[in-house]
Design a protein around this ligand. Structure first.
Ligand SMILES: Nc1ncnc2c1ncn2[C@@H]1O[C@H](COP(=O)(O)OP(=O)(O)OP(=O)(O)O)[C@@H](O)[C@H]1O
Length: 365
């Protein structure tokens, strides 16, 4: 793959300190509520959220939870009926028309269905916002050239949307969203219409844009892979309320709410059938084994098999391992049987895992 120079070298100097760790507030929602006209139930209820400059912040929730309404308050496509959306210290509810136009130019948005103009070519689609803004032709050409290179579509610049794949269409959408050098990129289910491989390529592009250009990205999705693979922090929304939020590794590793568990870690607690069917509360035979799950939240203890074996006195069989690195931390679990079950002294959690769970007894195979 060719390395492409980024369009705005002034901002792209690869910073030694990643933006998202600098703890600079970019966006703040304070008590944001939204009741649509004629509706009884609020689409958003007193949402408080702080998003840092340069982070990739994901909002996940089921259909109808309020994700679209929430993201649309960030560029005032939706006006809250209560509360404030503050961007770089300014309440965007107070912007006049001209200020709002200027703010929206610095806030790119991409959509699930791309929203391209079918009668215009790739180049013309990307160029259009610059024409509307009155940018002169030479400058327009230069900016579009750089963006075509960034998204890898130079060879398709004269194609029409109908001639493009879904992934290529979204690349056009991304290039168009970046024409005004935005500080903020909003992604509304940007990969939901794409196959898994194309999704990965688009997520790679978004990650690169975030990392190298320092753009804050806020995305909404119902796909846990998007949160897992791309985001630094996540908020879970249900019935218009944020029910849980935090760094992705922490929310994945130790989800607090049932909705979060089912959205982010489906199958998380499922035991292999041969164990769930054989599980009992007491040992049935002298050969019964204790079934133990060691959970790793990424909070501190790292999975160290030598320590695990030593802690259980060596009578351990590994049944299943579902551990993965998220943001440099180990998150997941190890499922073990320990024999003989009777009289096994359980090690302290903080010695071998973030949590030790005794699930019951199974008869050793
Ligand atoms: N323009 C509207 N007028 C009236 N009610 C609306 C409007 N837009 C959304 N709603 C309602 O507000 C609630 C939240 O909708 P929203 O579209 O924000 O949820 P969502 O999480 O984005 O859902 P989905 O994933 O299905 O798009 C829903 O009950 C929805 O029916």
């Amino acid at each position: 793959m060719t390395v492409i120079e980024l369009p705005y070298p002034g901002r792209s100097a690869t910073a030694a300190i990643p933006w998202h760790t600098r703890d600079e507030v970019h966006l703040q929602l304070a008590g944001v509520s939204k009741v649509y006209p004629g509706q009884q139930v609020a689409a958003l209820q007193a949402v408080d959220l702080t998003i840092r400059r340069g982070e990739i912040f994901g909002i996940i929730g089921r259909s109808g939870a309020g994700k679209s309404t929430l993201i649309r308050t960030l560029n005032r496509l939706e006006r809250p009926t209560g509360g404030r959306v503050v961007v770089d210290g300014t309440d965007i509810g107070t912007l006049d028309e001209d200020q709002l136009v200027a703010y929206r130019r610095r806030t790119g948005m991409i959509f699930q269905h791309f929203n391209l103009l079918s009668a215009k070519t790739v180049r013309q689609n990307i160029e259009l916002p610059l024409r509307v803004a009155g940018v002169e032709a030479g400058e327009r050409r230069q900016r579009v050239d750089r963006l075509l290179a960034l998204v890898g579509l130079e060879a398709r610049q004269d194609a029409y949307p109908a001639q493009l794949s879904g992934g290529q269409k979204q690349r056009v959408g991304i290039a168009r969203a970046l024409v005004h050098d935005p500080a903020l990129l909003l992604c509304d289910e940007a990969t939901s219409a794409l196959d898994p491989e194309t999704t990965r390529a688009i997520l790679d592009l978004l990650r690169r844009i975030n990392r190298e250009m320092g753009i804050t990205i806020v995305l909404i999705t119902h796909e846990m892979e998007v949160i897992h693979d791309l985001c630094h922090r996540v908020a879970v929304i249900e019935r218009g309320q944020i029910i849980e939020q935090g760094p992705v590794w922490a929310v994945y590793g130790n989800p607090q709410q049932p909705t979060t568990r089912s959205l982010l870690t489906p199958g998380h607690d499922r035991l292999p059938a041969r164990f769930s069917e054989a599980l009992s509360a007491a040992p049935e035979t002298p050969e019964s084994a204790l079934l133990v799950r060691l959970r790793y939240h990424g909070d501190g203890v790292t999975p160290d098999l030598n320590r695990v074996l030593a802690a259980f006195d060596g009578r351990v069989t590994l049944v299943e391992s579902a551990l993965e690195p998220i943001q440099g931390r180990s998150v997941g679990h190890l499922l073990l049987t320990v024999t003989p079950a009777g009289g096994v002294p359980l090690p302290r959690s903080d010695e071998i895992a973030d949590r030790v769970e005794v699930l019951g007894y199974v008869t050793a195979a």
